[in-house]
Ligand binder design. Sequence first.
Ligand SMILES: [Cu+2]
Length: 491
Amino acid sequence: MAIRKDANTLTSAERAEFVAAIQALKAEGIYDQFVLRHANASMGDIHRCSAFLPWHRRFIFDLELELQRVSGNPNLGIPYWNWPSGGANASMWNDDLLGGNGDAGGVVRTGPFRAGQWTVINSSGLPAGPLMREFGQNGLPTLPTQAEINQVMAIMPYDVPPWNMNSNPSFRNQLEGWIGPNLHNRGHVWVGGSMLPMTSPNDPVFFMNHCMVDKIWHEWQLRFPNQGYLPANGGPFGQNLTDPMGSTPSGQIGARPIDVLDSTALGIVYDGIAPQPQPQPLLIVVGANPTQADISTPGETDVFRFDIPTFGPHTMFTTGPSDTFMTLFGPNDPNVEVTSDDDAGENFNSQITRNLSAGTYYLRIRLYTPNSTGNYAVGVRSDGTGPSPIPELIVDGVSINAAISAANESDVYRFNITTENIYTIETSGTTDTFMTLHGPNSQIPEIDRNDDGVALNARIRRQLSPGEYFARVRHYSPIGTGSYSIRVSQG
Ligand SMILES: [Cu+2]
C-alpha cells in the first residue's frame, strides 16, 4: 500500500527515505528509463488527450513500485505537491527534500539534486547538464489556489469530443490545464527550466506534481461515482476505455485506462482526502405536505427517512419540474433496496406505490440526468383507509394462506404468547420462504431467522416469553414470488 502525503508535511526521516530511494534508482539507471519513457512518448498519446490522466497514473505508480523496492518500504508513497501551500518558501524546497530555486542562470545549487550531484538527460538518454529551475519566471508567477482546484473539481463530464486540448466542458482538460484556471500545466511552467520539455521527469518534482494531479482525479472520482472515464469507445486509438495506452510497458497492472481507474484497488492511499459528505437523512412525515428540496450540485443525491407505524399501502412521490429518480430502502436498514422508479409520477416525476410494513424507510432521490440540477418536492402518503391490521396468527389455530406476489415483497404476521414455552413458527407449501422473528412487543429487534427449516420452508422453533411477536416472511430470492401457508404451534 502506497501512502501518499503532502510533501510539506513529511518528517525528516520520510524526506531522507524518499531522497535516498530516488538517488538509488538514478544510480541503477532506472530513474532515467522513466525520463525516456515520458520524453519519447508521442505527444498525442499522453498529453492533450483523454488518456492524460490514466497514462500518468500508471506512470507514477510504476515509479512508486521501484521506490518501494529500493527502499524496502512497501508503504513508501510519492509525496504530492500541494500547490496552494507549495510556493517558493514551502518546506518541500528545503535542502532535505527537493532543494530550491535555480541561481541567476537557472542552475539548482542547493539540496540533493544540485549541480554536481544530479545530472539530467536529454531525449536520447545522454547527459545534458545540471537540473534547472526558474520559479515563476515563465509568465505564470503563481500556483493554483484551493478555490481554483475546487472550481475544476466540479466540472463534468470527464471528457468530451474532440478529446484533445479543445475539449469543453471537460474535467480532464481543465485539470491538465488547456482551459480553465490551469492546474497541471501551471506546475510545470511555474518551476520552469528542466520542468518545461518532454524530459521534465528529470526533476523529481515532476512526480510530486503528477501525484497532486492524480489525487485531484481520485477525489473527483469519489465525488462523482456515476461519472466514468470517457471515451468508452469512438475516440482515437489508445484513448478509449479498453484500448492499450501508448508508451506503456507491460507491468504489474494493465496498460488500458480501465486498468487504473480505481486508485484504492491499486493500493494507493492519499492523506488529506476529505471524507465524502454522507447526506444526513431528512425526516419526512407520512401524510404531511410534500417537503421542498433541490439538487444544487450535479450528481448530488438527497436522502429522506420516514416511519411507517402500521402495515398498509403507501405512495412515495415527487412533484415539480425535475426528472427525479427515486430508490426506496428498508425497513429499518438504509442499505436494503426495495425498489426504484424513474417516471411513474406526473410528467417526469418518480413515484412508488406498495404495501409497507411497520418500520423506518429511506428514500434516495437524484436527478435522472447526472449533470443537471433542479428542485422538487417529496412526500409520502398512506393509501389505506385507516390502519390496516396486521394479520394475527392464533397459537395452535388454523394456518393463514398468503402469497408473495411481487419482487421484494414481505408479509408480516403477529401472534400473542401468554405462557413461556417452546413455540414453532413455520411455513408450508412449495415456495422457498425466508422468515425473521421479531419481538417481544416490537417489530424492530430481530430475534431469529430461518431459510430452509423443512425442505424449502422456513421454520423457527424457540423458547418465547409472554408478549406480542412478529414474523416477517419473504421469498428467499429477492425476485421470487409464490404462495405459502403459515402457522404457529406450541412445542
Ligand atoms: Cu506533467
